[in-house]
Design a protein around this ligand. Structure first.
Ligand SMILES: Cc1cc2nc3c(=O)[nH]c(=O)nc-3n(C[C@H](O)[C@H](O)[C@H](O)COP(=O)(O)O)c2cc1C
Length: 178
């Protein structure tokens, strides 16, 4: 099995990270992997921001909890498990229109490239609740994203501080029809 396939098969979501920031070289590789992602008619609708400022990550987490509720059952571990999953880097993809397929492909390019570098990732859709709210406008301005651009997906990125079991998959989802 080649290294690319090995990385795809061993990737798993990481929700606990070491505090050390990823290196600029790693960040550059992830940027290149993102930019090289294919898009429909090469329209390149995705705008990517890597957020590496801890105060911004904490601020995003606070505004997110203010929108969804601090006691919402799914988020009761907010103190130990913020929406950015304690990762030092949060990638956020925006697009002018809903371009979920293009964004998903860019997202997976980043995730697999990160895996190949020994970095952990967690794809995060839930933070989208914040970006549907007026509270997100200040963040869009700060991140140089036009107000009308839509949140697509986010990815927590950092050095893993856990090694969870791989999650099972249904074995009837793929069929070969000959
Ligand atoms: C589109 C998408 C959205 C996700 N959103 C979240 C999220 O908001 N919060 C979270 O903790 N995990 C999120 N995940 C991670 C999934 O829960 C995880 O991929 C799934 O449980 C399978 O586990 P694995 O990635 O370790 O194989 C998301 C994954 C995908 C693909």
């Amino acid at each position: 099995m080649n290294e690319t396939v090995k990385n795809i098969l061993k990737r798993q979501t990481i929700r606990a990270y070491k505090p050390e920031q990823i290196t600029d070289e790693e960040l550059e590789i992830l940027s290149q992997a993102a930019v090289k992602a294919p898009s429909g008619r090469n329209g390149q609708p995705c705008h990517l921001r890597f957020i590496q400022n801890h105060d911004y990550l904490e601020g995003l987490n606070k505004d997110f909890k203010d929108v969804v509720g601090w006691d919402t059952p799914a988020y009761t571990r907010w103190d130990v498990n913020p929406v950015y999953q304690t990762a030092p880097t949060l990638a956020i993809i925006f697009a002018e229109n809903e371009s979920y397929m293009d964004s998903g492909i860019m997202c997976e390019n980043i995730v697999i490239a990160a895996e190949s570098l020994g970095l952990g990732t967690c794809i995060i859709a839930s933070i989208g609740a914040l970006f549907n709210d007026e509270k997100s406008l200040k963040w869009k301005r700060l991140f140089d994203i036009p107000e009308n651009y839509k949140f697509q997906i986010a990815i927590a990125i950092g050095y893993p501080d856990e090694k969870p079991e791989q999650k099972p998959r249904f074995d009837d989802r793929v069929k070969v029809i000959r």
